[in-house]
Design a protein around this ligand. Structure first.
Ligand code: HEC
Length: 283
């Protein structure tokens, strides 16, 4: 964080502003900035490939339908070491009110290796090759094996409400999301505690049990909600965000089944679910 902070102040702040919201353009009266806001942007805080790819190779042209001055050039930073990229990426993801897992040096090395290129990205290119967050949460439907009436509170996208299983976690308990149309799912982030300061604290939830992250999981997908795939991912829950990475798979339904028995017993709580898909997702 400290190394990243030094780099940010020296290099990035001139365009992105000290507060990360974009440095005002000289003489502009309409709030125009030299570079985009970096605060609370889902694609920057989600799958770490996005920010890593932008930093390594830069980007130019339209961003989200917006044009920044001078052709909107984000200079490539790839001549720096992978440690340097990891530091500044981690700093951006955890400053200005942002909160997201650190980007590791290993991740930067892998992204560099997987993307041998010499030219800057266009935003369209990034969108079509990188897991991007689905931003249509309002169209999702959620259900669960336990306390299903509250399931929608786990996915309202704001991280201000939550679903709780209300009884102790046991293998077989599940939480399921239905998307409005099939997408190529590449990553699922399950947040037990979302929204940073605005979120709930841990501890006793509405029931008599403490509520926390899922203990362990298995993920299955479906196109019709009836026929389910073999498990596409299995692993241990993480606190406060469980990151589930998949080999991209077409799905309209995603079911996360709890497979562990936490000691001491705790209920399962979800404040937010973020789904990242690759190819053909509108940013
Ligand atoms: C010379 C100005 C300039 C500097 C210096 C600069 N950027 Fe940028 N940055 C931009 C512009 C302009 C864009 C938008 C590019 C586009 O429109 O295609 C951008 C885009 C980005 C994005 C993607 C934003 C999004 O919404 O997808 C990230 C992340 C980013 N910059 C981080 C950084 C970091 C970290 C540094 C310092 C290491 C940095 N930038 C230095 C101008 C700059």
């Amino acid at each position: 964080m400290l190394r990243g902070e030094g780099t940010y102040k020296e290099l990035c702040a001139a365009c992105h502003g000290r507060d990360g919201k974009g440095a005002p353009m000289g003489g502009a009266t309409d709030g125009s900035t030299l570079a985009p806001n970096l605060v609370g942007v889902p694609r920057i805080l989600g799958n770490a490939d996005y920010i890593t790819k932008v930093l390594l190779y830069g980007m130019t042209g339209e961003l989200d339908g917006k044009n920044f001055p001078g052709g909107g050039v984000m200079v490539p930073m790839g001549t720096n070491t992978d440690d340097w990229i990891a530091d500044i990426a981690s700093y951006v993801r955890n400053s200005f009110g942002n909160s997201a897992p650190f980007v590791t040096t290993e991740r930067v090395t892998a992204v560099r290796k997987a993307n041998p290129r010499t030219s800057m990205w266009s935003f369209a290119e990034l969108v079509s090759t990188t897991p991007m967050p689905l931003l249509n949460q309002v169209e999702w439907k959620a259900t669960a094996s336990h306390n299903p009436d509250a399931a929608a509170s786990g996915i309202n996208g704001e991280g201000t409400t939550r679903w709780e299983s209300a009884v102790a976690q046991e293998p077989g308990m599940w939480f399921q999301i239905e998307l409005p149309q099939p997408v190529n799912v590449a990553e699922i982030l399950v947040d037990t505690l979302a929204g940073g300061r605005g979120g709930f604290g841990f501890g006793r939830g509405r029931g008599t049990l403490p509520a926390g992250p899922l203990s362990a999981y298995r993920v299955q997908v479906s196109m019709d909600g009836t026929t389910w795939s073999e498990p596409v991912a299995e692993g241990q829950g993480q606190n406060p965000t469980t990151t589930i990475t998949l080999k991209p798979v077409q799905a309209r339904f995603v079911r996360i089944t709890q497979t562990g028995t936490p000691q001491p017993a705790s209920a399962w709580a979800i404040q937010r679910v973020r789904i990242f898909a690759i190819g053909g997702v509108k940013p």
